[in-house]
Design a protein around this ligand. Structure first.
Ligand SMILES: *[C@@H]1O[C@H](CO)[C@@H](O)[C@H](O)[C@H]1NC(C)=O
Ligand SMILES: *[C@@H]1O[C@H](CO)[C@@H](O)[C@H](O)[C@H]1NC(C)=O
Length: 209
């Protein structure tokens, strides 16, 4: 008799859990997909390491896997705001500078009409991270991208779980997680000529991010 009772109890718990999980998922997503209204300047500017990223454009996802490390520098001022991405491939650093327009916590790349890239920042509980969402529209690519950036090279398991949950809310694939032991490139090259590996047209590089 008590065996049946236990089974019943287990089922009841399972059902309760199921019900509460299915109820809380939209609530969790509501918080996780919500773009931030504002962003403190000190939290935005400076150097960030790309920790993980995912997007719904398989060729660009494959291209992301080829980078050994990605460093992103943001600067913001009334005159010019910039986004500089430095990809490392082996011992080569590819430097990609863009001017951006920042408004509140969203930004757009100033690249004429070669492509449309609008970025915003989403909720994260990680204190030294930013979760950056890109909506990219170009001739070759329409995508939603989510990138986890941090001042650190890697984040806690809990923080990574939160990012994975965010990806699920956007129905994006499991992320490419960067190897934290790979070196980052410097913001400015020390002596060797710039853009050794670069030269690609901006649309090309965004397409392949
Ligand atoms: C960017 O700079 C402008 C002008 O100085 C300022 O109003 C805005 O809050 C800044 N935004 C961020 C995200 O730092
Ligand atoms: C950014 O804007 C400045 C002046 O507004 C310009 O001189 C520079 O070439 C631009 N850089 C890029 C990468 O577009």
């Amino acid at each position: 008799m008590s065996k049946y009772r236990d089974m019943f109890a287990a089922c009841a718990v399972a059902i309760l859990c199921f019900v509460s999980a299915s109820h809380s998922a939209p609530l969790v997503c509501e918080k996780l997909v919500h773009p931030l209204d504002e962003l403190a300047a000190h939290h935005f500017e400076g150097r960030w390491a790309l920790v993980a990223g995912s997007l719904n454009h398989p060729p660009s996802m494959d291209a992301l896997r080829l980078r050994d490390s990605i460093t992103i520098y943001f600067s913001n001022s009334t005159e010019t705001s910039t986004y500089t991405q430095i990809n490392r491939f082996g011992d080569k650093c590819q430097r990609l500078p863009y001017n951006i327009s920042v408004e509140g916590s969203t930004f757009t790349f100033d690249v004429g009409n070669r492509f449309d890239l609008s970025g915003s920042f989403l909720y994260t509980s990680c204190p030294d991270c930013m979760v950056m969402r890109w909506i990219v529209k170009s001739r070759k690519r329409h995508s939603v991208d989510l990138y986890l950036l941090s001042r650190r090279r890697e984040v806690d398991q809990k923080e990574m779980e939160e990012f994975r949950a965010q990806l699920k809310c956007y129905q994006l694939p499991a992320p490419v997680v960067m190897d934290p032991t790979e070196e980052l490139c410097l913001e400015q090259p020390e002596s060797q000529p710039t853009a050794a590996a670069g030269g690609g047209e901006a649309e090309e590089t965004v397409d392949q991010k």
